[in-house]
Write a protein that binds this ligand. Structure first.
Ligand SMILES: Nc1ncnc2c1ncn2[C@@H]1O[C@H](COP(=O)(O)OP(=O)(O)OP(=O)(O)O)[C@@H](O)[C@H]1O
Ligand SMILES: [Mg+2]
Length: 363
């Protein structure tokens, strides 16, 4: 379904795109391509520039530098209404005095589409989103989840080249979020419409995206498929942002071919090469750490029982927090217990202690 080339494909390209507000960069030199038919998730913490990037595609914000293209057309100077994109906002932005039918057909009226075709397309979009029975109600007579689906229906009714979705699920409760998330994925896969989906929720990103673009402070950190991002994070920020809880980052030393944390050496299998002697940051996923009788000395500061698994949060001598994820373990340590942490030597990640960049350790 994801096509890479063709006549007028709906890819979106950011080429060196920046946006400054009052002299400070909300988006800083963003370059990436969203493939035709792809659902690309823009992920990052609050204020990192996700909405700004999306609004530049919609034409609601002018880039300070660089070019945005949709298909083969640079759209920097194209009016929002002529870009053939549909945006779904976090606040549903429905007209309260209009029925659902009028709300959904609103963009078609603006495009001066004839009444019978309007009717047909509204019925189709409403049916797709399970709103068929509700078309004569007003937004005030709907649940939050239904309102969000109206906003989605209003986007798909236009059959745009590109969907732009800005945290469309954040007003929904946990159960409805998960369900609507699945609905959006199914819809996007069926329609095959190129979609940029903004969220700060890494679980949403992992479950929805063909690829995820991680941003921080206006800068793109890494773009990759969810599993690749999880398995090979390019820096400590991506490592700790993805995963629930994120990757543990331990101060470590590499000297004469020996890796150690807090004076405790860790045996590595085979061929770790090409790291200079000195301090490094060691990345350990919570599932790759366990509690044993010997290992890195720590004490238990918190135990979180989650039913299927337990998170044991430990502190090393220097205060560094390490989360150990346990499943089916009989031994559940108590608060304040001294423990020893061991790590799976096959599942370690190495990062530059200063820059946080991933180190290629030759395996
Ligand atoms: N119209 C504006 N005027 C001035 N500064 C702005 C404007 N819009 C956004 N910013 C600033 O740009 C930065 C990026 O904002 P943006 O809304 O893109 O972040 P975001 O990643 O969408 O955050 P959130 O997850 O909270 O929605 C922030 O520092 C914000 O304060
Ligand atoms: Mg935002």
């Amino acid at each position: 379904m994801v096509r890479e080339s063709g006549a007028d494909v709906a890819r979106v390209n950011f080429d060196g795109v920046s946006k400054a507000f009052d002299g400070s960069l909300a988006v800083d030199d963003l370059s990436m391509e969203v493939l035709d038919g792809e659902l690309l998730v823009l992920l990052g913490p609050s204020g990192c520039g996700k909405t700004t990037a999306l609004r530049m595609v919609a034409g609601l914000e002018d880039p300070t530098g660089g070019t945005v293209s949709i298909g083969d057309t640079v759209v920097n100077d194209v009016e929002p209404k002529d870009r053939d994109v549909a945006m779904v906002f976090q606040s549903y932005a429905l007209y309260p005095h209009m029925t659902l039918r009028r709300n959904i057909e609103f963009p078609l009226r603006q495009q001066r589409i004839a009444a019978d075709e309007r009717g047909r397309r509204v019925e189709e979009a409403a049916a797709t989103l399970g709103l068929g029975e509700l078309l004569d109600r007003k937004p005030g007579q709907l649940s939050g989840g239904q309102r969000q689906r109206v906003a989605l229906a209003r986007a798909i009714v236009r059959d745009p080249k590109v969907f732009l979705m800005d945290e469309p699920l954040s007003n929904l409760d946990a159960t409805l979020r998960i369900q609507t998330r699945a609905d959006i994925v199914a819809l996007q896969r069926r329609l095959g419409t190129t979609t940029i989906y903004v969220t700060h929720d890494q679980v949403e990103a992992m479950t929805m995206g063909h690829r995820i673009a991680v941003m921080r402070d206006g800068r793109l950190q890494q773009v990759a498929a969810p599993q690749d991002l999880y398995e090979r994070p390019g820096n400590t920020f991506v490592a700790s942002f993805l995963g629930s809880p994120g990757m543990n980052l331990l101060p470590a030393r590499w000297a004469g071919g020996v890796l150690s944390v807090d004076g405790e050496s860790i045996d590595l299998p085979g061929s770790v090469t090409a790291i200079a002697d000195g301090p490094i940051t060691l990345g350990v996923r919570p599932e790759s750490a366990s509690l044993n009788s010997t290992g890195i000395a720590a004490s238990v500061v918190l135990v979180e029982q989650l039913g299927a698994e337990t998170h044991v949060i430990c502190a090393l001598a220097d205060g560094t927090r390490v989360v150990v994820r346990q499943r089916n373990q009989r031994v559940r340590p108590d608060l304040g217990d001294p423990v020893a942490i061991t790590v799976d030597p096959e599942a370690l990640h190495f990062f530059d202690a200063e820059t946080g960049e991933r180190l290629d350790v030759g395996r």
